[in-house]
Design a protein around this ligand. Sequence first.
Ligand SMILES: N[C@@H](CCC[C@H](N)C(=O)O)C(=O)O
Length: 257
Amino acid sequence: MKQTFYKYQGTGNDFVMIDNRQQNFDKNNTKLVSLLCDRRFGIGADGLILLENHDTHDFKMVYYNADGNQSSMCGNGGRCLVAFAKKLGIISNKAVFEAIDGLHHATIEGDIVKLQMQNVDAVENHNSHIFLDTGSPHHVQFEASIDDFDIKTKGAKIRYGAPYNEAGSNVNFVWKESDTSFKVRTYERGVENETLSCGTGVAAVAIAMHYIGETEKKLITLQTQGGNLQVSFNIENGVYNNVWLIGPAKMVFQGEI
Ligand SMILES: N[C@@H](CCC[C@H](N)C(=O)O)C(=O)O
């Protein structure tokens, strides 16, 4: 049976989207997901997302990395899924959906999607880097210059090295532009390469920069290779809450497989 797919991107982090409300997609077929995400032999994407029915909320998000495995939360994917749910007529301007890390609230106006991320109550400050989980694990470290930098080689070394080893972490390299703006380049676990943007990654960078005192701002612009995102948050009793990831999410094309 033919299946319609949609291709979306959020600041260049791109996803194959499938409406799986009828449960037609072969969910345990790792090879199929990695083939669909393959940029030479498939559609090409950093990940694949299934939109499924939910008993009490608007929909459910099932996220796969480009390697074909289900993984932890994808912030840009979540924003794209909200735009997809609007296109399918499931929501109008607001959504509440369940992802692997719990419930997410979101709003959409034009192509700007605001997605609430999980609270962060633990930030590890190791002198050379910061580690935190914003729905996915993120290693954050400063670099003197990140424009001319081998992200794939340096990111892979950290991702596969101690203490992360096989389970891995996403790796973000940061350069401070000002109190309100940081440049970020991310090596993504499960894609095993640099992606043009990572939503949970920029949320991690914004919180990490606030935590180590690089900024006192609570609305921060993150410049990624694929465009700008904003992250806002509050902090109460050491817990970062009300964390919002804000930016564009756009449909690119649709087709049949
Ligand atoms: N691109 C994502 C992150 C996706 C998950 C990540 N690759 C992992 O497995 O940890 C985002 O926008 O957050």
